[in-house]
Design a protein around this ligand. Structure first.
Ligand code: SF4
Ligand code: SF4
Length: 144
């Protein structure tokens, strides 16, 4: 296949975008559609006006447009991380030590105020993998 044919191929990628505070209320994703003809599907979002924002999106379109769109995001100072894995939490192993709760940058772990058990919200998780390294009983793992 020639380079030109490769560039015209359709790609579908899942990405985590980390926005600095100054971009949280900017229509950055809109430009991916308007300027680079890319389709997007927002899978998870964690955006507060005075903090860094996280967005998990599925992006699809022509390979060359995808590359140009990613360059556009990076030039703006947005961190782009490809997402090809998921975090799995095994409640049966968890000993509710609570170490992962303050560590998680998006608050995906919560302590139940009555039972003190740990709950995990996979919709918030951005797969940064910080919690995997810290859990003493390996109750959290990454799946590809
Ligand atoms: S991988 Fe762990 S620390 Fe990172 S966002 Fe997901 S739950 Fe939070
Ligand atoms: S660090 Fe591991 S054992 Fe401790 S609360 Fe989190 S998941 Fe449970």
């Amino acid at each position: 296949m020639t380079k030109q044919e490769l560039q015209k191929q359709e790609v579908v990628k899942r990405l985590v975008l980390k926005f600095p505070k100054r971009f949280v209320d900017q229509p950055v994703i809109y430009h991916l559609t308007k300027d680079f003809d890319l389709m997007f599907n927002i899978l998870k979002a964690n955006i507060e006006s005075d903090k860094e924002g996280f967005l998990v999106i599925e992006l699809s379109g022509k390979e060359q447009n995808y590359r140009r769109g990613i360059e556009f995001l990076k030039k703006l100072g947005i961190t782009v991380q490809q997402l090809d894995k998921d975090i799995k939490f095994d409640k049966t192993k968890c000993v509710s030590c609570g170490v992962c709760v303050p560590l998680c940058p998006v608050g995906a772990f919560k302590v139940d105020k009555e039972t003190y058990e740990i709950g995990f919200d996979e919709n918030k998780c951005i797969v940064c993998e910080l919690c995997i390294k810290i859990c003493p009983v390996k109750a959290i793992k990454v799946e590809f």
